[in-house]
Design a protein around this ligand. Sequence first.
Ligand code: SAM
Length: 455
Amino acid sequence: MLKQDFLLPTETELTTRQYHIARSHKKNGTSLEDSRPYLEELGIEIRENRQSIQFLPNTNEPVHRWSPYVQGFSARFVQRTLEKYRREYRSPIILDPFAGSGTVPVQTKLNGLKFYGIELNPLLHFVASAKTRNWNVNPEKLLSISRHLSAKKDFRAPSFLKSSRQFNPGVLANLEKLMSGIQSFEPGNNEDAQIRELMLLAFSSILIEVSNLKRTPCLGYSPSKRVEDEAPFNAFAQKIEEIAEDLWLLQTMYRHCLDVEGQIVLANSAEYTHSTEYDLVITSPPYMNGLDYVINYKIEMGWLGFGQTHQELKHLKDSMVVCDNVSKGLIRNFTRSDRYANDWIENIKSEIAQNIERRGSYRRPDMPEIVHKYFDDMYRIMKNVISALKPGGRFIQVIGDSLIADVYVPTDLILARMGRELGLRIESIEKARNRRSGQIRTYQLRETIVTLKKD
Ligand SMILES: C[S@@+](CC[C@H](N)C(=O)[O-])C[C@H]1O[C@@H](n2cnc3c(N)ncnc32)[C@H](O)[C@@H]1O
């Protein structure tokens, strides 16, 4: 036995998770060290380019703040990117194939440029659409209608939302009253329909705030949270005021952008048939092993009527870029399918499999196949998007790497390699910030900006 092993606590003294962390050879490691062989093979270096690329600052930015979407990325990053290429592309057409809450489309429209977005989650598709298509609404009319809602229809929340762990009974009753009011408002013209959409957006945006939950970024209970019964009305009124204030700003300072063309499509980016060619693709894909974009939004989806049944939600989740919460059947079928492969992925898979076997158990024993499916999904999407990229166009992705069962997965470098295989040149890989691994807190991961160019 090595001296170091001798000093380590035994499994009975620790939880299994703590035990594996204590024994991990990845403690105090860095992704940069583990990336060396991959970088050498690609013949590139990672450049330091520290910058804020997270959503948080967006909560103070006009329009972006209409929805609190923590997984989104920074509007300022999108702005810097648009400015960087302003001279090279005169009136670029921009695509985000993972539009989420619409950071790229909104910021692109604020620059007076044509935007396209693709998003598969119907709630996020609704959010991104509502944030990009209602800029001509009269703010006074929005304020007035939202202050005089009267409930002629009776809205009842789906039963799975009626748990007091999620909402205090008084809050739930007031949310139902508020939704009844919004649904009773019958649009008489196009502007009214837009007002209704903005009210639904405001409603969805306050749900977590007035619940007993928090999103950090995964959805979880927050036992210390105290929410007043009146909170839904107050939070809704405040959100509508924010929207009205921004509409006024748009209609005075951004008049030239109000009617800029654009579209957010509800579709799978792996299958969507593009009818346009793009100059710039700016995007942030789901991260390997990252969030479950269905469970994380099930509260808002339930209230707004997207994905009411378990079956619908499962189907949606299984069509998205894979996360480690997908059905086992999906992964079983995947192992039998024709799929993208390369030697890096094969090696990573076999190391993960060995580590899982050594541990004896793992949250998902099929993790090697989940990792493989992630890259297969990303390959299909990149291939489809690249086919619609103009010559001279760029594909810019913000992406994080992962540590899975003590195996380092250089997601950014694997995606860069795929881009090269699909005919793009790796123009740069820039490190924007360091992150900690969720498994081994002392292991330093990174978030990078990968720029690929169609020469
Ligand atoms: C990291 S988020 C993007 C956030 C976005 N940049 C923003 O600022 O709001 C990734 C998004 O990809 C979506 N998504 C996952 N699989 C998809 C697919 N196959 N086609 C289209 N969208 C997908 C998820 O629903 C999620 O909204």
